[in-house]
Design a protein around this ligand. Structure first.
Ligand SMILES: [Zn+2]
Length: 145
């Protein structure tokens, strides 16, 4: 079995805040953005006004390569709300820029899941927003896509 389509229905859309709007605007442009501190140079994924590591207000938006690996995953077989279509694979992605983010894996066979599976971001456009999913790097250009 291959999970090939995003599971999210339109009623579960994101609600950007003034802090998170740059991230969502980046998604719309198919760019995965994160914050990096210009003082301590560490990465931060959850948009924040101050660096969670050194507490300075020197966070700046930066574009990620969109590549990384699976840090952890779970195949979800029971929908938490009607907005979700099961099964889907919830993952914690570890990006090359040294930050983690929760997302879903698409274009994947759950039987092939493993720690450190190389993945790449795959943006999916909905009517009013764009979401960043991930897919195995090996499936790019394959018939699964
Ligand atoms: Zn810092």
């Amino acid at each position: 079995m291959s999970i090939s389509a995003p599971h999210l229905a339109s009623q579960a859309s994101p609600h950007p805040t003034s802090l998170s709007r740059p991230f969502w605007d980046g998604c719309r442009d198919h760019k995965l953005l994160f914050q990096r501190c210009s003082h301590c140079h560490r990465s931060n994924f959850d948009p924040a006004p101050v660096c969670p590591w050194c507490r300075t207000n020197t966070l700046e938006w930066e574009e990620s390569s969109g590549t990384g690996s699976i840090y952890s995953w779970s195949v979800v077989w029971q929908a938490p709300t009607p907005a979700f279509v099961v099964p889907y694979v919830a993952i914690i992605a570890k990006l090359l820029e040294d930050f983690y983010m929760v997302s879903d894996l698409v274009h994947a066979d759950p039987s092939e899941l493993r720690m450190d599976l190389p993945i790449v971001v795959k943006f999916e456009d909905f009517d009013d927003f764009t979401l960043p999913y991930f897919q195995p790097s090996a499936t790019i250009g394959s018939p699964k896509e």
